[in-house]
Ligand binder design. Structure first.
Ligand code: PBG
Length: 324
């Protein structure tokens, strides 16, 4: 039996009723705000492909962190742009490196803000790949050592959580081991577990200065055509000790977010990546869409698909809007 008994429109009659039956709510507590840290003082360098985002020096990064905290955002994730790059990514695990310095400064001024660090070699390598390169190949096992050293140095500097994004096999175990043997057994690992070789990362690579100088990342990041493989990747990372698993990108990968949420019992993060952000910004600039409405719709749909938390460059704007 259907119409006229059933009239779904009854529950859309007015705003109050719609609010009562709303299934998905987003709040600033759902967001993680990414920040790009660079050396210097008073630096706020525009990222041309990501309007509204900046490469910031440590002092400015602290201000960004304070601002995010003020709007009720619980966490930030840090990306570093080092002064020097080499074949071993030395700056990634330098105790006085850019990210390590930023962590200390932020934890000093905003102790209640959760500081997550992106653990990867691409920003620190002269060739821009996420691992050690030999004869044009990206080596897996030797890279694990560097990633572990990098994660440990972040933990020593005071990071609350580490987030490996490199997609080398076995890195969660390598990082868990080194953290545990150094007294950091309480530091959670958020794994970029299902990370695809996506064209949506290109604005980020301008922001993080991490474009590979040859080839691409398809020998380590996942093929966008694969769905079942994401479950394998996530299962392996959980087995190795991942506390939170991430799907990245988000917008074109809602099926993956939903599958991961249905299959596993750990929190799921979704990364609303740079290209997704830039497309919204560009269309808004042209006057073709209502930026804030589109942003809130996108973030709501990511949560509806199953994300427990969302890494997004829109975090502060969205939190401000939600607080109105
Ligand atoms: C580092 C890393 C990337 C992103 C997050 N961590 C880039 C890449 O894999 O090339 C992308 C984030 C974004 O596009 O917003 N490996």
């Amino acid at each position: 039996m259907s119409f006229p008994i059933h009239r779904p429109r009854r529950l859309r009659l007015n705003r109050i009723i719609r609010n009562m039956v709303r299934e998905t709510l987003i709040t600033p507590n759902d967001f993680i705000y990414p920040l790009f840290v660079i050396s210097g003082k008073g630096v706020r360098k525009k990222i041309s492909s990501m309007p509204g985002c900046f490469q910031v020096s440590v002092d400015e990064c602290v201000k960004e962190a304070q601002n995010a905290h003020k709007f009720g955002i619980p966490a930030i994730i840090l990306f570093g742009i080092p002064e020097r790059k080499d074949e071993k990514g030395t700056e990634a695990y330098n105790p006085k490196g850019i990210v390590q310095t930023a962590i200390r400064a932020i934890k000093d001024k905003v102790p209640d803000l959760v500081v997550i660090t992106d653990v990867c070699m691409c920003e620190y390598m002269s060739h821009g790949h996420c691992g050690i390169v030999k004869k044009g190949k990206i080596l897996n096992d030797p890279t694990l050592e560097l990633l572990a050293k990098e994660a440990l140095s972040h933990a020593k500097a005071g990071a609350d959580m580490v987030a490996p994004s490199d997609m080398m096999d076995g890195r969660i175990m390598a990082i868990r081991n080194i953290l545990d043997t150094n007294g950091f057994e309480d530091i959670p690992v958020m794994s970029y577990a299902a990370k695809y070789a996506s064209a949506f990362y290109s604005p980020f690579r301008e922001a993080a200065e991490s474009t590979p100088s040859f080839g691409d990342r398809r020998s380590y990041q996942m093929d966008p055509a694969n769905r079942r493989e994401s479950l394998k990747e996530v299962a392996l990372d959980i087995e190795e000790g991942a506390d939170i698993v991430m799907v990245k990108p988000a917008l074109s990968y809602m099926d993956i977010i939903s599958d991961v949420k249905d299959t596993f019992d750990v929190p799921v993060a979704a990364y609303n990546v740079s290209g997704e952000y830039s497309m919204v910004k560009a269309a808004a600039k042209m006057g073709w869409i209502d930026e804030m409405k589109v942003v809130l719709e996108i973030l709501t749909s990511m949560k509806r698909a199953g994300a427990d938390m969302i890494l997004t460059y829109h975090a502060v704007d969205a939190a401000r809007e939600l607080g109105k």
